[in-house]
Design a protein around this ligand. Structure first.
Ligand SMILES: NC(=O)c1ccc[n+]([C@@H]2O[C@H](COP(=O)([O-])OP(=O)(O)OC[C@H]3O[C@@H](n4cnc5c(N)ncnc54)[C@H](O)[C@@H]3O)[C@@H](O)[C@H]2O)c1
Length: 284
């Protein structure tokens, strides 16, 4: 029998990342691959009418897949809308057939929609809840049966610091991210006897297209017609406790890597706050 390579602790495992075309999802994909996992990526790869910034493209998804393959691992990538349970189940079943197992699920796809609670319409509300909360349910629903029968698996739901507190102007986002934490805890409880852990990560501001766009800059600096990165940085830093406006995606990836490591096998139903100290204000 060949010795396991300690530099590849995830060798032989298959990791699925929703919303994996760019941003944090891409960072998770590359690091899990570097640690030895084969990777399956899905993304919507088109814009959503009620979301005020562009989402990832097919080129982004192809580029992430190429970067994963450049590490020497296998990569499956597909356009899948996490709002559609049937498509998510079909994708995960296909991953099981082609990569051999379903070991890690990072339910990462998400969007934000900005608007007052007094005039947000049903489509704005519905799309955020469907992608951010139902999408995480769909990912868990698709992966959990495979993990339960394998009697092993790691599921991570990406929540947000807004899943621990709130801000005006993002009611659907905040509700969806609080929901992700409750969903992960319930799934953790149910799957605890089957060797499957389920945890959430609650990032602060992370430097991706979700925050670096005109719409969010306007929410942060309503006093300016064309706010720049420098204009919004102090406001963004004010959401944290450490004096930094945003984190890099790799800092969230470090928490993903910990939660899928052998050392985290008895951590389930938990939330890791990766938020430059924002949680010092609001969590026990
Ligand atoms: N950027 C932040 O400040 C921040 C903070 C806390 C939490 N988050 C969360 O982190 C996760 C990743 O976001 P990000 O910062 O990398 O932003 P991002 O916009 O770069 O990435 C989100 C990805 O999800 C994809 N996506 C959107 N709708 C989808 C759907 N219906 N089906 C499949 N894929 C879909 C997008 O195309 C995109 O590739 C999200 O859940 C987000 O809510 C982000």
């Amino acid at each position: 029998m060949s010795e396991a390579d300690p530099s590849l602790p995830l060798q032989g495992q298959a990791a699925i990342i929703t919303g994996g075309a760019r941003g944090q999802g891409r960072s998770h994909a590359l690091e899990l691959a570097r640690l030895g996992a084969d990777v399956a990526l899905c993304d919507l790869c088109e814009d959503v009418a009620t979301v005020g910034y562009p989402l990832a493209t097919r080129d982004d998804l192809a580029e992430t897949a190429e970067l994963v393959e450049a590490t020497g691992r296998r990569c499956v990538s597909e356009v899948v809308d996490v709002r559609d349970l049937g498509s998510v189940i079909a994708f995960v079943d296909e991953v099981k057939a082609s990569l051999g197992s379903v070991d890690i699920m990072v339910a990462n796809a998400g969007v934000t929609a900005i608007g007052s609670i007094c005039d947000m319409d049903a489509a704005q509300w519905g799309n955020v809840i469907d992608i951010n909360l139902t999408g995480v349910f769909n990912a868990i629903r698709a992966a959990a049966p495979h993990m339960r029968s394998q009697r092993s698996g790691r599921i991570i739901g990406i929540s947000s610091m807004m899943g621990r507190t709130s801000q005006p102007g993002i009611p659907a986002y905040t509700a969806s991210k609080w929901g992700v934490i409750g969903l992960c805890k319930s799934a953790a409880y149910e799957l605890a006897g089957f060797g499957v852990t389920v945890n959430a990560i609650a990032p602060g501001n992370v430097s991706t297209p979700m925050i670096h766009n005109e719409e969010l800059y306007r929410l942060m600096r309503p006093d300016l017609e064309h706010a720049t990165k420098d204009d919004v940085a102090p406001v963004m830093a004010g959401l944290h406790v450490q004096p930094v406006p945003w984190l890099e995606p790799e800092e969230v990836t470090a928490a993903v890597v910990y939660l899928v490591s052998a050392g985290a096998r008895h951590i389930t139903g938990s939330v890791i706050d990766v938020d430059a100290g924002a949680s010092a204000r609001f969590t026990a």
